[in-house]
Design a protein around this ligand. Structure first.
Ligand code: G4P
Ligand code: NA
Ligand code: NA
Length: 194
């Protein structure tokens, strides 16, 4: 997606060869117009899939997910990373290990919000090792629902997540695919642009 890649080029900061900082438009301050266009792009890419729910994980996935849900006119659910006071039983859970943070989070979604037969589009901001996206997919499957696809804003193609997700048979669409962050420079995988 040209707009997102341009924004990364102008406002993204390469912290080191593994980490791209996008605090000024995704991870802290957020760019609503960009999020709206991202929602439209996922709606275009997944239009044949009869999406009934959008699923993400708090916190940075919520903005693009809500815009995507708005385009499809379907509910948006975010998985919680901490146990909720009011959400104590009747939840799907998945253990998500973060290689980046070297910690495991147990993520949860209430049984109420994913039903058998749902066609669920998973949306998240970054794809690194793929553990968050795979955990979300496992919860969808626990519910007897269908993972219609995984939509990512920024895929770091040099890390294992993208390959792992495709190997597991999920449809993956990443709006910006970063080939390398070496030398303080963002290099994208060449793609036909939209
Ligand atoms: P994985 O799910 O793909 O295995 O990713 P990983 O555990 O490595 O990611 C842990 C956190 O770091 C996630 O955010 C993820 O979005 C973020 N992250 C991974 N790579 C980058 C990067 O290059 N740049 C930035 N800015 N973030 C990255 P989180 O802890 O779940 O936080 P939140 O932002 O969603 O609240
Ligand atoms: Na995220
Ligand atoms: Na994040």
């Amino acid at each position: 997606m040209r707009l997102l890649k341009d924004k990364i080029k102008t406002d993204g900061i390469v912290l080191n060869e593994n980490v791209l900082k996008v605090d000024s438009f995704i991870n802290h301050q957020m760019d609503p117009k960009l999020m709206k266009e991202i929602g439209k792009e996922f709606a275009r890419l997944f239009k044949e899939e009869e999406i009934t729910k959008v699923l993400t994980i708090e916190s940075s996935g919520i903005a693009p997910a809500i815009m995507t849900g708005l385009e499809f006119d379907v509910p948006v659910i975010f998985a919680r990373k901490r146990k909720s006071l009011t959400l104590t039983s009747d939840v799907y859970t998945a253990k998500v290990y973060s290689f980046t943070k070297q910690e495991t989070n147990e993520i949860t979604v209430s049984h109420k919000y994913i039903e058998e037969g749902d066609n669920v589009l998973i949306v998240d901001d970054f794809l690194a090792n793929g553990q968050a996206a795979i955990g979300l997919a496992k919860m969808v499957e626990q519910a007897g629902a269908n993972v219609s696809g995984i939509g990512i804003l920024i895929e770091k193609s040099f890390q294992p997540g993208a390959e792992e997700i495709r190997k597991q048979g999920y449809r993956l669409e990443s709006l910006a695919r970063v080939k390398s962050l070496a030398g303080g420079k963002v290099q994208f995988v060449e793609t036909k642009e939209t």
